[in-house]
Design a protein around this ligand. Sequence first.
Ligand code: PBG
Length: 329
Amino acid sequence: MEYGKFPAYRPRRMRDGELARQMIRETELSAKDFIYPLFVKPGQGRRDEIPSMPNVYQVSLDMLMPETRELLDCGIHYVLLFGLPASKDEVGSSAWDEHGVVQEAVRIIRANAPQMYVITDVCMCEYTSHGHCGKLDQDGYVMNDETLDLLAREAVSHAQAGANMVAPSDMMDGRIGHIRRALDQAGFSNVPIMSYSTKYASGFYGPFRDAADSAPAFGDRRAYQMDPANADEGVREAMYDIAEGADLVMVKPALPYLDVLERVKRETNFPTVAYNVSGEYSMVKAAAANGWVDERRVVLELLTSIKRAGADMIITYHAKDAARWLAEG
Ligand code: PBG
């Protein structure tokens, strides 16, 4: 080999053998990076697998602790709770019910597993009869400002139940500032906000809407979620939410938006979370079930790519499997 004026650096030398690769590895995935989404519902003895999401379950409150212990055993210390309420109405009033399913789930986990950090999803779509993320006007449009108070009530009720952190996913403008003020006024100035700041109107949420029973009854969410074509705007969305008081920002989905993730992290220099969403999960599971890809290999590769792009934390349905694989080494 001829090197000319360059030093004789041959990258291949450091790729031979796991211990050599380990010395120069730039991205290290760990169970500490994962947040696991949990779907909770009323009832007794229920642990129902979501058909489009193999090995992901909706669990009733009495089944929550075995699920929580399994996560802790894998080294996972963060959960994100989604509720399937007993009843729905036009404005989603069960979202701020003191004895709602999420509020009860928070109490159960906090009382029985203090080592678990409990984050709650704050949105109206699981609680409204029409499945939109807020209050509707006569034409079926979500009314931004009227929805803010409802979200704030929901967030405060989660904090009252003991949530460690709240995560608004609705995409109404101004909600972070509104929720921040409401939390502060209610005495929860220490409860941080993880904002779904940069959330795209995506086809990859399909399986989740089965899981959370939150598909819009008509129309779609394009009036409030972001256009997949926009990256500058994705960075701006994160900056607005930081200015309003967000403690962490998010890019969602993850894999089709790694460029946006990289920019949000670099340009805001702020803690950034990526949501590896339901459709991303289902695609991998379907291909793996058919023997078309090696599940362990592609999952670890995908999660590494998300972390390499800039994610400080990853919300992922693969968390349990990935944590076990990482522990095996
Ligand atoms: C809205 C919400 C959605 C997801 C999380 N929170 C769906 C939506 O906007 O329709 C999607 C998560 C996933 O697909 O895994 N409350």
